[in-house]
Design a protein around this ligand. Structure first.
Ligand SMILES: NC(=O)c1ccc[n+]([C@@H]2O[C@H](COP(=O)([O-])OP(=O)(O)OC[C@H]3O[C@@H](n4cnc5c(N)ncnc54)[C@H](OP(=O)(O)O)[C@@H]3O)[C@@H](O)[C@H]2O)c1
Length: 273
């Protein structure tokens, strides 16, 4: 990515997360620019990151090797149609907008553009994101590597060969943080019912979630084995696991994720029109 000039169209939460990650990895601020509609946003971003900003999307895109589309999905069609005349130099386009297919983007930006569609998640804001990536047929191997480096600045990336699998990614990592937050909420409430103060319950629950994830990431055995290792026969954990299984936790999770993936497909069809 030496001397690759990046511009972010949209400078909200996701753009800032990625820009922050790139700068933390030593990417030069003078190779990054960003646009937004409000001067307040531009001031915030230029003060925070020391990057160039503008409200002129076309001018920024014309001067960039990589254009990251980071506006809300509902805005993307208008922004993309307006950008099209500024993309004659064929920059790599990376979209972080949920739901919009590379085909729809190709129709708006030009069918011969190299487009990588990604589905990142909110932990990108603390550089522990997880993103699924799909590249259209115009994207070169080098451009795929560039996209990996950009999204990889805020977490892990997984490439997909089939674009519809991004609906499954949405059901796992896109929406996944909310499932874990819900589990943490339920655990905190249950811990308070068991007599702990809310502060104590929150501290122990969050640290346990973090510790379990770190242990799983650093372990050479799978999560089922890690669970078994905490579950001694006739012990305390076994009682909780039996209760979860009897209440159908696996069916519950599977149905919830299917509902999420179905909704992702439905939204994608609506947004692409
Ligand atoms: N947040 C997440 O964790 C997350 C996760 C997965 C995917 N995404 C995707 O990331 C994208 C951005 O989400 P976000 O949460 O970062 O939204 P956001 O915070 O609302 O940011 C949107 C940005 O777009 C700017 N904008 C709006 N219209 C524009 C235009 N015509 N030209 C240039 N900039 C324009 C806004 O400018 P102003 O600030 O001036 O209003 C704002 O800076 C979405 O498509 C979403 O699907 C986000």
């Amino acid at each position: 990515m030496n001397n690759t000039r990046l511009t972010f169209i949209g400078a909200g939460n996701m753009a800032r997360a990625i820009i922050g990650g790139l700068l933390a990895k030593g990417y030069p601020a003078d190779l990054i620019s960003a646009s937004a509609t409000r001067q307040e946003t531009l001031d915030t971003v230029s003060n925070q990151f020391g990057i160039a900003t503008s409200t002129d999307n076309r001018a920024l895109a014309q001067a960039a090797d990589v254009v990251v589309l980071a506006v809300k999905p509902q805005m993307l069609k208008t922004v993309a149609l307006d950008l099209q005349p500024a993309l004659g130099h064929k920059p790599l386009i990376i979209s972080v907008a949920a739901g919009i297919t590379t085909q729809s983007m190709g129709e708006w930006l030009g069918v011969d553009q190299a487009i990588v569609r990604s589905m990142p998640n909110t932990p990108s804001q603390v550089q522990t994101g997880a993103a699924g990536l799909f590249a259209n047929a115009n994207t070169s191997t080098e451009q795929r590597q560039t996209a990996s480096q950009i999204l990889g600045a805020v977490g892990v990336v997984q490439w997909l060969d089939d674009e519809p699998l991004l609906n499954a990614v949405t059901a796992v990592s896109g929406s996944g943080p909310a499932y874990f937050f819900l589990m943490m909420e339920a655990m905190i409430d249950a811990a308070v019912d068991l007599g702990l103060s809310r502060d104590c319950a929150t501290d122990l629950t969050l640290q346990t979630a973090l510790g379990a994830a770190m242990l799983a990431k650093n372990s050479d055995v799978d999560v089922a084995e890690l669970r078994r290792r905490v579950t001694s026969p006739k012990g305390t954990t076994e009682q909780a696991i039996k209760s979860f299984e009897a209440d159908g936790i696996r069916t519950m999770v599977s149905r919830a994720m299917k509902a999420c993936a179905d909704r992702s497909l439905e939204l994608s069809e609506q947004l692409g029109r």
